[in-house]
Write a protein that binds this ligand. Structure first.
Ligand SMILES: [Zn+2]
Length: 180
């Protein structure tokens, strides 16, 4: 299997549903641990939750050290990271180093770009070191495949706005550029 892979796409492209499906498939052969950084407040603590209603228990971590001790405690062979765009770049690098020195496999799931179209720092680092990149697409309101996320709420200047789900829409490249 691939040591590092990145499954990325805009809001509502089914990333978490895909993670949950991967978890069950991989769990037949490996010790799989599901984690997400603690910055995301959408899901209740200890769960990743997809929009189609399925959910899975996960560990929430606030630091690289906490993540490493979660992995040690559960003998992780495959790590699935939800909301990976919110990882500190240093945590990403630690996981990549670990995958080089051990048999650890890491699958990152997350956004590539924020609603301004800028690549998240973590996503850039993950992309650079991934052996496998897999884009997921949502549906744009015009019917084309959407790879960007548009934010229709009031911007407060920050590029991470958590918990405003109803104000985010997936858009295709054409519609994204039209709105710029
Ligand atoms: Zn469109």
């Amino acid at each position: 299997m691939t040591p590092i892979s990145f499954i990325y796409g805009p809001m509502k492209s089914g990333k978490t549903a895909r993670l949950i499906g991967d978890f069950y498939a991989l769990s037949e052969h490996y010790k799989v641990t599901v984690v997400r950084p603690s910055i995301d407040t959408r899901s209740p603590d200890g769960y990743v939750k997809s929009r189609n209603g399925s959910e899975l228990q996960c560990k929430v971590f606030a630091s690289t050290d906490q993540l490493l001790s979660i992995m040690n405690a559960s003998g992780t062979e495959v790590l699935l990271v939800d909301e990976a765009q919110f990882l500190p770049a240093e945590t990403v690098k630690q996981l990549i180093r670990l995958s080089l020195n051990t048999a650890l496999q890491v699958r990152f799931y997350g956004l590539m770009t924020d609603y301004l179209g800028n690549i998240f720092e973590a996503s850039e680092t993950i992309t650079k070191f991934s052996q496998k990149l897999e884009p997921l697409f949502a549906n744009c309101h015009c019917g084309k495949p959407a790879q960007f996320t548009q934010f229709t709420g009031e911007s407060n200047g920050r590029t991470i706005i958590v918990g405003h789900d109803e104000e985010y829409f997936p858009v295709c490249t054409h519609c994204f550029l039209e709105a710029c």
